[in-house]
Design a protein around this ligand. Structure first.
Ligand code: ZN
Length: 345
C-alpha cells in the first residue's frame, strides 16, 4: 500500500518518507503508540517503499510522500501477502511470547544478503512480548545491523523492553486515529459498508484493531475452515470431491456479503492455509514440533503430512500464493479462485 493511502499519522509518515528519499533511514527503529492504530501496517508499507521495483517520486498536488511504493509490482504484492523472502515479520506465537529461537532465526537470516529485494526488513511486532533472553539475543544485531538489513520493533508497551534495547532503537510515536480515519480504513481496506464502519469506529477509541476486534473470532474460524478444506481436498483425487472443499472455502462470511468482504474472508482463510502448509513442510523436513505455528492443530498437520511429500507441498504453497495474488491484486471472484485452488492442492 502506498504511504499516502495510510490513514492518519501524517507527521510520522512524512518523516519516514523524507528519510527514505535522502537515504538517511536509520537501520533500527522502535514504533510506539496505542494498540491497533496501524504501526505494523506502516512498518510493512515502509518495507514496500524500500523494496518496490518501480517506486515513484511524489505525485504533485496530492500531498504525496517523496517516495511511494507502487503497490502493484511483484515485490509490493509479495510483501502485502506476507510471502516476500526479505521482509520478515516476527510476532508472538501460541505461547504468547516471542521466543529466543524466533529471534535467533531472524538474526541469522538477516546476516545474509537480501535475495529478492533491496533490503531485508525485519518487523518485530508486539516487541514487548520478547523475554529478556530473546532481547539479549537481539542486542548485538541492533547495535550493528548487517548492512542490507533494517529492524523495526513495534510496541504499544515499550517501557517493558530492556533499557539496552530501547537505547539502541530511536522511537517514532504514533497517536490515536480520529473516528473518521478509522471509518475510512474499515471501508477501504476491510470492505465494511459505510454505516457499519461508522458504528464500529464509534466505540473503537481511535484503534482500527479494536474496531476489527469485534471480529476477533474470525481468525480462528478461518483456520478451522482452511484445515478442513485441506483435508477434504487431499483426501481424494476425484475432482468432484475436491470441489466440495472449495464450497467450504467460499462460504459466506457473516458480514453482509459485500464482494470486498467475501474476498477478505477468503483471503483470511488462504493465509491460514499458507501457515498450515508451511507447518506441513516443516514436519516433512523433520522439523521440531515446537516450531509449528499451528502446534495446537498438531494431529491435523500430521494427517496432512502423511498425504504430502516435499514437492507437492511446495507446489500447494505456491498455488495458494497465486490464488491470494489473483484475489487481492486482480479482484478475481472468490468462487473461481477457490475452485481453481482446490484442484492444485
Ligand atoms: Zn512496487
Amino acid at each position: 500500500m502506498p504511504l499516502h493511502k495510510i490513514a492518519g499519522h501524517r507527521s510520522v509518515l512524512d518523516l519516514l518518507a523524507r528519510a527514505l528519499a535522502r537515504d538517511t533511514l536509520l537501520p533500527t527503529l522502535l514504533f510506539v503508540g496505542p494498540e491497533g492504530v496501524g504501526k505494523r501496517r506502516v512498518a510493512l508499507t515502509l518495507a514496500q517503499a524500500i523494496n518496490c521495483q518501480t517506486r515513484t517520486a511524489a505525485v504533485p498536488g496530492r500531498g504525496a510522500s517523496p517516495l511511494e511504493a507502487c503497490g502493484t509490482c511483484e515485490n509490493c504484492q509479495r510483501i502485502e501477502r506476507g510471502v516476500h523472502g526479505d521482509v520478515l515479520v516476527v510476532e508472538p506465537g501460541e505461547s504468547g511470547a516471542i521466543t529466543i529461537d524466533q529471534v535467533r532465526d531472524v538474526v541469522d537470516r538477516a546476516s545474509y544478503r537480501p535475495f529478492e529485494g533491496r533490503k531485508r526488513v525485519v518487523v518485530i511486532d508486539e516487541a514487548e512480548m520478547l523475554g529478556p533472553d530473546a532481547q539479549n539475543a537481539l542486542l548485538k544485531t541492533l547495535e550493528e545491523p548487517p548492512g542490507a538489513s533494517m529492524f523495526v520493533l513495534v510496541s504499544s508497551r515499550p517501557d517493558v523492553l530492556l533499557p539496552t534495547v530501547r537505547s539502541r532503537c530511536p522511537r517514532l510515536r504514533f497517536g490515536r486515529l480520529s473516528a473518521a480515519e478509522v471509518t475510512d480504513t474499515l471501508v477501504h481496506d476491510h470492505g465494511y459498508a459505510e454505516a457499519d464502519a461508522r458504528a464500529a469506529a464509534a466505540s473503537a477509541d481511535g484503534s482500527i484493531g479494536r474496531a476489527l476486534g469485534a471480529d476477533s473470532t474470525s481468525v480462528a474460524q478461518a483456520r478451522d475452515v482452511a484445515s478442513r478444506a485441506l483435508q477434504t481436498a487431499t483426501a481424494s483425487a476425484d475432482p468432484k470431491r475436491r470441489l466440495e472443499s472449495a464450497k467450504e472455502l467460499v462460504a459466506k462470511s457473516k458480514k453482509k456479503g459485500a464482494p470486498a468482504a467475501d474476498r477478505e474472508a477468503l483471503a483470511l482463510r488462504l493465509r491460514a492455509m499458507t501457515s498450515l502448509l508451511r507447518d506441513v513442510g516443516l514436519v516433512l523436513s523433520g522439523g521440531n514440533d515446537a516450531g509449528l505455528a499451528n502446534a495446537d492443530l498438531g494431529s491435523e498437520v500430521m494427517k496432512l503430512a502423511d498425504r504430502y511429500d516435499g514437492d507437492r507441498v511446495v507446489r500447494a504453497f505456491s498455488a495458494v500464493d497465486r490464488a491470494l495474488g489473483a484475489l487481492m491484486a486482480r479482484n478475481a471472484s472468490p468462487k473461481v479462485v477457490a475452485d481453481w485452488l482446490v484442484l492444485q492442492l
